[in-house]
Design a binder for this molecule. Structure first.
Ligand code: HEC
Length: 148
């Protein structure tokens, strides 16, 4: 028969192990999904979508665009975080596509390749739309074209 002390210590060890196993991620989320979209993903993707409105002309302006591309790419990681990812399938798929496109834009900006950034316009728009169709509440609730 174990002493009460030994049993208490064992119970404490088991509890500590359980706490470690269940410890949530060490990330400290600040914004909700809507805020990440409005304050990070929307402005940074706009910088790429509308690059021709005011194309970068000097080192400083290229560095700003490069930063926008990098933030957009990395924001794909932010939305895949545990607690943010809505599932492990299409959500992850679309997030990774956004990361890849942001990464390509980042490299294009490093190379000061305006055409390379322009070429991302359609695929980038597609990934926003595709994810919104599946996950954004109330998105695209218009009737189908033939449903008069
Ligand atoms: C992996 C999925 C996913 C991708 C990719 C994605 N979004 Fe979103 N977006 C969402 C979800 C989910 C919401 C709804 C958020 C909410 O209201 O909680 C949303 C909402 C938004 C909103 C509206 C926010 C509000 O509350 O008014 C904007 C703007 C937006 N997204 C922009 C973009 C743009 C631009 C892109 C592409 C560059 C993009 N999103 C890519 C999932 C995604």
């Amino acid at each position: 028969m174990q002493s009460l002390g030994v049993r208490l210590i064992m119970a404490a060890v088991v509890l500590a192990m359980a706490a470690t196993a269940q410890a949530p991620t060490t990330f400290q989320p600040v914004g909700n999904m809507s805020q990440l979209m409005i304050d990070i993903i929307y402005p940074t993707s706009d910088a790429l979508f509308y690059v021709d409105r005011d194309p970068p002309k000097n080192e400083h302006e290229w560095s700003l665009l490069r930063g926008q591309a990098l933030i957009l790419a990395e924001s794909g990681n932010l939305i895949m975080m545990a607690g943010r990812a809505r599932d492990q399938e299409n959500w992850i798929k679309y997030s990774k596509i956004m990361i890849d496109l942001g990464k390509t834009a980042f490299k294009a900006a490093q190379a000061k390749d305006l055409d390379g950034i322009r070429a991302l316009n359609d695929p980038l728009n597609d990934v926003c739309v595709n994810c919104h169709l599946q996950y954004r509440p109330g998105y695209h609730k218009r009737p189908a074209p033939d449903a008069k």
